[in-house]
Design a protein around this ligand. Structure first.
Ligand code: SAH
Length: 256
């Protein structure tokens, strides 16, 4: 009986992975089967719901950039109300629930209302993108640091990132929600000292059948993002770790 996995009145925040249902963890699949109600984000792959029996409620709650269907406060309230009503609640988020998923706002609301919650990790988009491209996010001696960063600015606010810290030639930058800010990212990283030919890999719809990959370089990032990317979610991977792949494909000239 999988129902016992989620006691009535408790909430599981579950990472659904990057979209390919095979990248769902076994635990996530069990939790989806066990839930009585599932609140899910727009980035959760449709095929994943084949696991959910018709008897449970599937509630879409958002969120694609610029098309927020529910605000965060409303989502928090819905989770709290469902748990207080004795539902077995799954809150399904794309990728890993704890990476740029506003999980803390939800857990805070649950704590305030005395509701027990747990978190099931998922495969984050950066891992899926690197795996699809056949590359390692870290490189011994060359890319010793991996930075997960979001380039999403709040509405009406400028992107406020520590560019000097990000422009580290020994780091791999995994940039989430970077499409709209591609020009800003490129200009600021160049100004902060990263070389023009720093390799960049753009991956849209990682792990899905309509995945697209595009190798470019930092000074061409803006035009590349505009021309190569469609409307799907996209990752930018920046740094020497990406060069291996670009070189293997003969797309970049390696200086030395
Ligand atoms: N919690 C998610 C990230 C949510 S933020 C995770 O761990 O992956 C949403 C951003 O994630 C998107 O704008 C995009 O940058 C990235 N993303 C999510 N799914 C993706 C996918 N399948 N392919 C490429 N990027 C993806």
């Amino acid at each position: 009986m999988t129902d016992e996995l989620i006691p009535a009145g408790t909430v599981w925040l579950v990472g659904a992975g990057p979209g390919d249902p095979d990248l769902l963890t076994r635990k996530a699949a069990k939790l989806i089967e066990s839930a009585s109600v599932i609140f899910y984000d727009a980035l959760v792959g449709k095929d994943i719901f084949e696991l959910a029996s018709a008897s449970k409620r599937l509630v879409p709650v958002g969120k694609r950039s610029g098309r927020h269907s529910k605000d965060q406060g409303t989502i928090n309230d819905m989770l709290v109300a469902a748990a207080l009503a004795g539902e077995r609640v799954v809150r399904l988020k794309g990728g890993d629930a704890g990476i740029f998923g506003r999980a803390a706002e939800e857990t805070e609301a649950l704590i305030e209302n005395g509701i027990t919650y747990h978190i099931c990790p998922g495969v984050t988009a950066a891992s899926a993108a690197a795996a699809s491209a056949g590359l390692s996010l870290t490189l011994r001696g060359l890319a010793r640091k991996l930075v997960f960063v979001t380039a999403h600015a709040r509405a009406g606010e400028a992107l406020d990132l520590d560019w000097q810290a990000l422009a580290d030639p020994g780091a791999t930058l995994a940039i989430y929600m970077g499409k709209a800010a591609a020009a800003t990212i490129s200009r600021n990283l160049l100004d902060a000292g990263l070389p023009k030919d720093t390799p960049v890999l753009l991956i849209e719809n990682a792990s899905l059948p309509n995945e697209r990959q595009f190798n470019t370089r930092l000074d061409l990032l803006s035009i590349s993002a505009r021309t190569a990317l469609g409307s799907g979610p996209a990752m930018m991977l920046i740094g020497e770790a990406v060069r291996i792949r670009a070189t293997a494909k003969g797309l970049l000239t390696v200086a030395d």
